[in-house]
Write a protein that binds this ligand. Structure first.
Ligand SMILES: Cc1cc2nc3c(=O)[nH]c(=O)nc-3n(C[C@H](O)[C@H](O)[C@H](O)COP(=O)(O)O)c2cc1C
Length: 212
């Protein structure tokens, strides 16, 4: 079993990474493989809405890691998406990255890389904007038939920089509990699959716009 994590900060070794590392330790104890992918500091293209991904099965832009991430996602059993809070929203780069990762994967057989898999967002801020940021991140999971994992608080912690992270006792506890819950859910899904419990097929005939 494998968890794929995304660090949505341009700072590859900052607070967001420290939060992901705390969860990775728990996954290690639970004997679950873990990989952390960094969005990094190079430019990330926004989705241009060309719809070409519906023909190609991937985004037309292949130079900033999005298609590579979706490739890895296909083999992953669970996901953690980490972002710093910028002006009370997720980092612009993780939004650009995830818009394209999720949109390019929703065609044809439909969201196979993400569908029916556990997901959690973790968000870090110096002071405020965590709940609004968390809300935005969770929107990706609901529309992709993912299973949103919770913890003992909303998945947020407080730090200006990496050194602050261990000082947030409740925040780090929330991250550890979140990782345990995700590990448990992944094991339940595997046990179900091994026992012949398969995910439901979704109805997909209706697509109703509001104006026609
Ligand atoms: C452009 C920018 C905007 C920020 N906006 C907020 C904010 O709205 N609320 C807050 O509490 N912290 C804000 N911060 C602080 C970061 O969320 C905080 O330093 C975080 O730990 C950075 O994570 P990182 O080291 O993974 O990049 C902002 C930082 C930057 C660079």
């Amino acid at each position: 079993m494998k968890v794929l994590m995304l660090n949505g900060s341009s700072n590859t070794n900052g607070s967001t990474r420290a939060g992901l590392d705390i969860m990775a330790e728990v996954f290690d104890t639970e004997k679950i493989e873990c990989e952390i992918v960094c969005v990094g500091a190079k430019p990330v293209r926004d989705c241009i809405g060309c719809g070409k991904c519906s023909e190609k099965g991937m985004c037309i832009f292949s130079d900033d890691g999005v298609n590579e991430f979706v490739g890895k996602a296909t083999d992953a059993d669970g996901f953690v998406f980490g972002t710093p809070v910028y002006y009370a929203h997720p980092s612009g780069r993780i939004l650009s990255f995830l818009d394209r990762a999720f949109f390019s994967n929703m065609w044809g057989t439909g969201a196979a890389a993400f569908r029916h898999k556990p997901a959690a967002a973790i968000v870090v801020a110096r002071r405020a904007g965590t709940s609004a940021t968390y809300d935005v991140m969770n929107k990706y999971f609901g529309i992709s038939q993912m299973l949103n994992v919770g913890s003992t608080y909303w998945n947020e912690f407080h730090a200006l920089s990496r050194e602050d992270v261990p000082k947030d006792a409740e925040g780090t506890q929330t991250l550890r509990n979140l990782a345990r819950n995700m590990a448990w859910l992944m094991k339940c899904i595997k046990a179900g699959r091994d026992a012949g419990v398969t995910p439901p097929a979704a109805e997909a005939d209706s697509m109703t716009n509001f104006v026609r």
